[in-house]
Design a protein around this ligand. Structure first.
Ligand SMILES: Cc1ncc(COP(=O)(O)O)c(C=O)c1O
Length: 333
């Protein structure tokens, strides 16, 4: 459906769609699945690698030789940009807000191993960080380099329109009629791309966004803005009423972005002890906790097949637990 758009393959084929039989037994649900976007060969994988397939195609079109990306030291997007640059023989400049931490673990440590140049900007907000990134691009250009700035949300969202198609194909092959997909609600590109793909394919699933960052109004506005951008970018109009398939849930946000909750601590334990995959507290643990709550509330009925979209981010867990050992929890599911 998006085959006409430039893309460079970074994924080595579809990610696994696995049945969570032990979580089924734990929740008395009949059909629970996980789409393992944490399981990709390049740079430990994660959702942003699907976006990078489209960003890198633009960089190649413009003969760029250095990728510039801005984010928090824990950013998975920064790590996957550094990994992509290394694999493709490009340079990578990472701009982090804040000051260097005493111990470099998780994504930050991996960025060093991947050979990225890392600059800390001190205390800056998101807008200032963006300005620094644009300034870095201008400086590099003046110095004779050809930089590409990672992050256009509409181009990045294309990766998840494609993921929706991939998931639909896998489900069809397994004769699985998915009724619900649960994913993180954050900045919006992953969510918007996935919704765009579901609407185009008329998949008939409810897409549950578990907000981990913004209010429901802001998340919905972000997603709608990116979906509009996707329609313009691809020249494809969506059928009216695509929003009816969207449900936003605010009950896992707790004290805010990046702040663990009792439910996220439980969720990390359930996923590890029952299914042997790892979640981290900023995105996927809260989202998995949201899935468990939707099942407990009956909002996802026991006979309606549901899929958790694991968007990756596992390296962040190492830093989170190193800073806060109590996150290991003590309970068994
Ligand atoms: C592991 C993980 N899941 C989900 C998200 C949210 O994706 P988006 O920014 O497209 O909303 C991110 C963002 O970096 C992420 O790293």
């Amino acid at each position: 459906m998006l085959e006409h758009l430039p893309r460079i393959d970074l994924l080595d084929g579809p990610t696994p769609l696995q049945r969570m039989t032990r979580v089924e037994a734990h929740t008395s649900h009949q059909s629970l699945w996980v789409k393992r976007d944490d399981f990709m060969t390049l740079g430990l994988g994660g959702n942003k690698l699907r976006s990078l397939e489209y960003w890198i195609a633009e960089a190649a079109r413009d003969s760029c030789d250095i990728l510039v990306v801005a984010g928090a030291p824990e950013s998975n997007q920064c790590r996957l940009t550094a990994a992509t640059a290394a694999k493709l023989g490009m340079d990578c400049l990472i701009l982090h807000g804040g000051n260097p931490p005493a111990n470099e673990v998780g994504n930050l440590m991996l960025n060093r191993l991947l050979g990225a140049e890392i600059r800390f900007l001190g205390p800056v907000d998101e807008a200032e960080r963006g300005q620094h990134a644009r300034q870095a691009v201008a400086d590099l250009t003046r110095g004779g380099r050809r930089p590409y700035l990672i992050g256009n949300p509409v181009v990045g969202a294309l990766g998840y329109a494609r993921a929706a198609e991939e998931l639909a194909r896998q489900a069809r092959t397994m004769d699985l009629a998915l009724r619900h997909v649960v994913l993180s609600g954050s900045m919006g590109p992953t969510e918007a791309g996935f919704l765009f793909g579901c609407a185009l394919l008329d998949l008939g699933v409810t897409v549950h966004l578990i907000s981990v960052e913004y209010s429901a109004e802001e998340l919905e506005a972000r997603v709608a803005g990116i979906v509009d951008g996707l329609c313009r970018h691809t020249g494809i109009d969506l059928p009216a009423g695509w929003q009816q398939r969207l449900a936003i849930h605010m009950n896992q946000l707790g004290d805010g972005y990046g702040r663990p909750t009792p439910a996220s601590i439980d969720a990390v334990g359930v996923a590890a002890r029952l299914e042997s995959f790892f979640l981290e507290h900023t995105y996927t643990a809260k989202t998995f906790a949201g899935l468990l709550q939707l099942i407990a509330d009956g909002a996802i009925a026991a006979d309606e097949p549901a899929c958790f979209l694991h968007t990756g981010g596992t390296p962040a867990l190492f830093g989170q637990i190193a800073r806060e050992p109590s996150l290991l929890g003590d309970g068994h599911p």
